[in-house]
Write a protein that binds this ligand. Structure first.
Ligand code: 7TS
Length: 415
């Protein structure tokens, strides 16, 4: 298993920051304060180097060559698969390389829900899902005659589990939910939900886009059936996403895309499929991105995910305190650190979130503003949009103070 042992010394942020070239730049005459890692993280030099080294030293297409480079590229790609599996403490044959979380969830919705479920079967989601964990299920439901139902969200941002057993009863076949909300930061009590779901023979699909980068996540421990995440949110390059699924489920699922690399035999009339997980990897994969993702796993584990998580919670506590001090700021989501991570949404009264984001940018502070691909959650919160600050291992307490000062500027401009 990967080194996710309990961290002892605090994280050395200055050393971490030195690993990220982009953090040296300025924005609008100010040092960059990057508080948008929930959208995508920045990349350390070791990840950039690993991707470069792949192209400079090994580049060839995979799974087809008899030549040396082809074999090296295949080794690099397959060892990246092993590395990612270790990172999430899961069997490697369940790791499918895709582009991102969105593609991974579409694969489950298309090849499992649409193909293997029956009309009338139910899928349960929550009110706080990213569109990536909602729209694919809507498409599958429409095409296969499935129904959707939803866990709701309490005013404090926690999931309302009071009717969980009712929702997991027949005809429910699968529940899919985010481990950590990208808007509210809420962390779902997944172990309890998985245990309850399995008692009802309901499969669990976890959208781990906002958890795998930030805390130790063990598939074996969670005991989930599907887990999706994006390499670009965990210091890896864009273009490498992961679906982990129980291999026996992947065996039963028909292919998602057809083409090269995913077949065993092809005649003009019909084809048979390659083994799992290759059956789901049609066409030339992004080997460079997979290599970078493996380097990102090394990078995060060398620091220690417990240590990263602790650092982020300290920053989040500071962030919540700073936001509370600014006049007219409303924070959405849990106020305590017990069940939350470092994505914090807020609004400044009387100021549109986009204006907040634009003024913060003038001060060099990057936050996201909008509906965060969670329009149903915006409706639940009764807001059109929010501003969102999200922290990662390279952020400092001084940067949180810089956000506070820049919000003071927002207040000054809008009186
Ligand atoms: N699920 C969650 C919980 C997410 O936060 C995101 C991206 C996705 C799925 C989709 O990830 P992708 O890599 O396939 O695009 N979230 C955000 C965000 O909060 N701001 O920009 C992207």
């Amino acid at each position: 298993m990967t080194d996710i042992s309990v961290a002892t010394a605090p994280l050395d942020v200055a050393r971490v920051r030195a690993d990220f070239p982009i953090l040296r730049r300025t924005v609008n005459g100010h040092p960059l304060v990057y508080l948008d890692s929930a959208a995508t993280s920045q990349k350390p030099q070791s990840v950039l180097d690993a991707t470069d080294a792949y192209y400079q030293e090994h580049n060839a297409n995979v799974h087809r060559g008899v030549h040396t480079l082809g074999n090296e590229a295949t080794d690099v790609f397959e060892s990246a698969r092993q590395r990612v599996a270790r990172f999430i403490d899961a069997p490697a044959e369940g790791v499918v390389f895709l582009r991102n979380t969105t593609e991974a969830l579409n694969l489950v919705a298309s090849s499992y829900a649409r193909e293997l479920l029956s009309p009338g079967d139910r899928i349960v989601l929550t009110e706080m899902e990213h569109h990536s964990n909602l729209v694919p299920w809507q498409l599958a439901a429409e095409r296969a005659g499935l129904t959707l139902d939803f866990l709701s969200v309490h005013d404090d941002g926690a999931l309302d589990l009071s009717n969980l057993d009712e929702l997991l009863a027949p005809p429910t076949k699968l529940i899919s939910l985010s481990h950590q909300s990208n808007v509210l930061g809420t962390v779902a009590p997944l172990r309890d939900i998985v245990a309850a779901a399995h008692q009802h023979d309901v499969l669990v699909c976890v959208d781990a886009a906002q958890s795998v980068p930030h805390m130790p996540v063990s598939v074996r421990d969670l005991d989930c059936d599907f887990l999706a995440f994006s390499g670009h949110k965990m210091c890896g390059p864009m273009g490498a996403g992961v679906l982990w699924a129980r291999p026996e489920l992947l065996e039963r699922m028909p292919p998602f895309l057809g083409g090269g690399s995913m077949i065993l035999r092809v005649s003009l009339e019909r084809s048979s499929w390659s083994t799992v997980p290759h059956k789901f990897e049609a066409g030339t994969p992004d080997v460079g991105a997979a290599t970078g993702l493996a380097a990102a796993c090394d990078y995060l584990d060398a620091i220690g995910r417990d240590r990263i998580h602790t650092h982020e919670l300290e920053l989040t506590g500071h962030l919540l305190a700073v936001l509370e001090e600014v006049d007219g700021v409303e924070v959405y989501g849990p106020r305590t650190l017990d069940d939350r991570g470092g994505a914090v949404s807020f609004n400044v009264s009387g100021v549109h979130a986009h204006d907040v984001g634009t003024i913060l940018d003038r001060e060099g502070v990057a936050v996201r503003a909008g509906h965060h691909c969670c329009q149903p959650l915006m409706k639940r919160l009764d807001v059109a949009a929010t501003a969102r600050a999200s922290v990662y291992l390279y952020n400092t307490h001084e940067e949180i103070d810089a956000l506070g000062a820049a919000l003071g500027e927002v207040r000054r401009i809008f009186g």
